[in-house]
Every structure is written in structure tokens, then in C-alpha cells.
Design a protein around this ligand. Structure first.
Ligand SMILES: Cc1cc2nc3c(=O)[nH]c(=O)nc-3n(C[C@H](O)[C@H](O)[C@H](O)COP(=O)(O)OP(=O)(O)OC[C@H]3O[C@@H](n4cnc5c(N)ncnc54)[C@H](O)[C@@H]3O)c2cc1C
Length: 426
């Protein structure tokens, strides 16, 4: 007679966290099914076809930041190397391109004050309490720009203590990109899952999870039903509200309201040549990052690789102000920002444009934003979501990670490993 549940675990979502969980559970001898809404694995790791940009450009995750021990261990296992970030960072203010110059004395005072924080508060309130004086205008702007631009966070909600942990973590390991892109990491994990006989169901949008006969059934929009003894949900936070859950699980999921989730608009522009290399007599051939006050404020190149591609980045609350702009409208916005920064006519820049992509992640139906960030209530919310107490539904994914690398692939992979330890110990 067939067992009541031929599958031990259903993993909903085949992003970095879901693939890692599936691989590790299959390695531990469990029967696993991955159920994924898209027609591909990887989720917010989104490699674009090489023919568009001349290499596998990244529509989602691009950089490996800091120590990232789980990511680096997986890269070693997969035989993937890191392309180290190199080149010069520039900032553009008042139309002129200048080398980025932090003011060391103010930064010293900032970090000392940050270290003394004992009771968490949003970073905007921290700046208001200690750095309201006009002489700190530049410092406040720089901090706010980092919180919005890098963490995709709302400074009125973002936790000062979590940001301190991130900023003051030892700067170990080279920052860079994965040779072959993050897609190569996804392909490796996916091939591992298939080798270990994990079933991968693509194009399956789960809309209901319910309890049936001592197990869990995942019901999809198209009528397909998958059953197992337990389920692990790795969906981006905003998607949790779109899945009907049993009452006890729904209660735990409600804690997600205390975890921040920010948006990113990423604009990729491929040109016929690196027209920015020689800017009014300045040598910008090794330009890496460019920060500015333009509408699309942050840009980077692929340096040290020589692809003539500029990537624009626009994140945090500002990225929520353009929900109805089409991809073409966002590309126009990017081109006019570059025209402002380089003091060139937009038409002159457009003439060299070969290919473009603009992705507003909040318009992606299976992401609804970019990644999470901590608020002062997030650590308690994560604990509440992880307390399964006999429930057969578990939460995992980058938003459930409580270390200094929130909102990253490292966070997703680490959350995956933690979840595997929990469910195998349960
Ligand atoms: C623009 C952008 C840039 C980024 N840059 C970096 C970077 O440089 N470095 C870095 O480390 N990280 C970066 N990140 C963050 C990183 O991509 C994520 O933290 C990580 O990929 C999240 O993995 P995950 O498995 O938790 O979630 P996801 O990758 O989102 O996986 C969840 C999966 O669930 C699926 N799903 C959703 N709804 C359903 C449903 N109803 N039924 C079935 N499946 C469903 C989704 O399609 C998805 O595949 C970036 C993210 C974005 C968006």
C-alpha cells in the first residue's frame, strides 16, 4: 500500500533559500518537492540572456558583499570564482564630477555615537537626536542615501542597531561578482536538487495551504494540488498575504508586518562604447561606482570587465513613487539622469544605446519589491514567525535571517540552512 504522503516536504518557492533547503533535505534522505510560480528557478536572482548585454547581466542580485561565508562555501563547491570589484568611485555634485571624499572627523563622531546606542530606534530619529545641526547636513544626507539606496529601506522605519551591525561588521572578504553571474550558483543548486531526485514543479502558483489528513496540501491557481507531511514557505514577504493559510499559521505570518520590505528599480543600459571614459578631459576609464543627486542617483559599470554597460539604481521609498512608469519611461528617466550627471544632451547619450532593460521590482507579481530590512521590532517578529509549535508549516527566506547581511543571497542561503536544522530537529 502507498504511504499516505509520498513526499516529506513541500518547499514553496525555488529561489536561493528554497533550492538550498531542497538540496539539504534531499541529502538528508527526505523526499522533497519544490513548487515554484515562475517558469524558472532563482527568484530574485534573475540572469538576463547574454545576447542582450554581451554577458549574463543581473536583473536582480549582482554583488557578493563582505564575508558571506555560506555563499562563498557554495561557490567553492560549485567551482565558481569571484571577480573582485575594482576601480574608482566618484560622486557628482553641482554638475561636476569629483572624487568621493568622506569627512573623517564627522564619521568618527557618527560611529562613536552609534556604538553608544542601547535602545533601538529608527535611524531617522537617531540622526534627528544627535546630528540635527546644519553642519551635519552632508553627513545626514550621506547616511540617508545609504539607508535608502543600499538597504532599500525607509529611514523612518529602519533599525539603528541592525544598521550598526551591518556597518560595523568586520570587513572580511573581497567584494565582487560571481564569474558567470549568480545564475551559475542557481544552476548548480538546481542540478544538485535534480541529481538528488527532488521534483521541481515550475509555473505552479500556490494560493492556498491547508491541513489534510495529518499533512499539508498546497493548492495552486490552476487547480494542481501537491501534498506532503510538512511545507516550508520561502516567499518574499509581501506574497505571504496572497496565500490563504490555516489560522495558526496566519497568526504567525502577521508578524511579517514588523519586518521592513523595500523596493528597487534597476536600469541596465548597453552602449556601443564606453562614452563616459573620457569626460571633459578627466580619465574615467576605471569608473566603478558613481553617486549623484540625479533622479536615478546611483550608477555602476562592470569594471574591471570592459562591457560598455551602465547600471542605474534607484531604491527605498523613492522607488515606490514610479509604479506606473513603463520600462521605456524608466529608461528615459535613466538617460536624462546620465545627461544631468555628465552634462551632455540626452540625445547624444541615446544615440549610443544598443540595448536596455528597466525592472521595477514592486511590479513583479512574484516578488512585489526587492528585499527586507530590519525595523526595531524585526528580531521579535522573526522569532515569532519561526515558532512553529507543532504547526507543519515553516517560514524561511532572506527576510527570516537575523544577521548583519539582511536582504542578500547570503541571508537567503543561511536562512535555508537554519530552517533545515529546525525541521530535521523537530
Ligand atoms: C534588484 C535586486 C538587487 C539585489 N542585489 C543583491 C546583491 O547585489 N547581492 C545580494 O546578495 N543580494 C541582492 N539582492 C537580494 C537577493 O536577490 C535576495 O535576498 C535573495 O535572492 C532572496 O532569495 P529567497 O529565496 O529568500 O527569495 P526569492 O528569490 O524571492 O524566492 C522566492 C520564490 O518564491 C516564488 N513564489 C512567489 N510567490 C509564489 C507562489 N504563490 N507560489 C509558488 N512560488 C511563489 C518566487 O517566484 C521566487 O522564485 C537583490 C535583490 C533585488 C531584487
Amino acid at each position: 500500500m502507498a504511504p499516505p504522503h509520498p513526499t516529506d516536504f513541500l518547499i514553496i518557492g525555488a529561489g536561493a533559500a528554497g533550492l538550498m533547503i531542497a538540496r539539504e533535505l534531499a541529502r538528508a534522505g527526505k523526499r522533497v518537492s519544490l513548487v515554484e510560480a515562475r517558469d524558472r528557478c532563482g527568484g530574485r536572482i534573475y540572469p538576463l540572456p547574454a545576447r542582450e548585454f554581451g554577458y549574463r547581466a543581473e536583473g536582480g542580485a549582482e554583488f557578493v558583499h563582505g564575508a558571506a561565508p555560506v555563499t562563498r562555501a557554495l561557490m567553492r563547491e560549485a567551482g565558481l570564482s569571484l571577480l573582485r570589484r575594482a576601480g574608482t568611485r566618484w560622486s557628482s555634485r553641482t554638475g561636476a564630477l569629483l572624487r568621493d571624499e568622506p569627512s573623517p572627523l564627522q564619521w568618527d563622531r557618527f560611529y562613536q555615537t552609534l556604538e553608544a546606542v542601547r535602545v533601538d530606534l529608527p535611524i531617522a530619529e537617531f540622526l534627528e537626536a544627535h546630528f540635527a545641526d546644519p553642519r551635519y547636513d552632508r553627513l545626514r544626507r550621506a547616511v540617508t542615501r545609504t539607508v535608502e539606496g543600499y538597504d532599500a529601506a525607509d529611514p523612518r522605519r529602519a533599525s539603528t542597531i541592525a544598521l550598526r551591525d551591518e556597518w560595523m561588521a568586520p570587513d572580511e572578504g573581497q567584494h565582487g561578482r560571481i564569474a558567470g553571474g549568480h545564475g551559475a550558483l542557481v544552476e548548480y543548486l538546481e542540478s544538485e536538487c535534480r541529481r538528488l531526485c527532488t521534483a521541481i514543479h515550475l509555473g505552479a502558483v500556490v494560493s492556498i495551504l491547508d491541513e489534510v489528513g495529518g499533512g499539508i496540501a498546497a493548492r495552486c491557481r490552476d487547480g494542481a494540488v501537491f501534498e506532503a507531511k510538512a511545507a516550508i514557505l520561502t516567499l518574499p514577504l509581501p506574497l505571504l498575504a496572497e496565500v490563504t493559510l490555516p489560522p495558526a499559521t496566519r497568526e504567525r505570518a502577521a508578524a511579517a508586518a514588523d519586518i521592513g520590505f523595500g523596493n528597487v528599480v534597476k536600469i541596465l543600459l548597453r552602449f556601443a562604447a564606453k562614452w563616459w571614459s573620457d569626460h571633459q578631459g578627466q580619465d574615467l576609464s576605471d569608473l566603478s561606482f558613481l553617486v549623484s543627486d540625479a533622479t536615478v542617483p546611483t550608477w555602476w559599470t562592470q569594471h574591471p570587465a570592459s562591457y560598455p554597460v551602465l547600471t542605474g539604481w534607484f531604491a527605498g521609498p523613492k522607488a515606490d513613487t514610479v509604479p506606473s512608469l513603463t520600462a521605456a519611461g524608466l529608461v528615459d528617466m535613466g538617460l536624462s539622469s546620465l545627461a544631468d550627471i555628465f552634462d551632455l544632451p540626452a540625445d547624444r547619450i541615446r544615440r549610443d544605446l544598443v540595448a536596455s532593460r528597466a525592472i521595477n521590482w514592486s511590479n513583479d507579481p512574484f516578488a512585489r519589491g526587492a528585499y527586507s530590512y530590519a525595523t526595531p521590532k524585526t528580531r521579535a517578529a522573526q522569532l515569532a514567525m519561526k515558532q512553529a509549535d507543532g504547526d507543519r508549516i515553516f517560514f524561511a527566506g532572506e527576510a527570516l535571517y537575523a544577521g548583519p547581511d539582511m536582504g542578500t543571497v547570503e541571508a537567503a542561503l543561511t536562512s535555508g540552512l537554519e530552517t533545515v536544522r529546525t525541521v530535521l530537529g523537530a
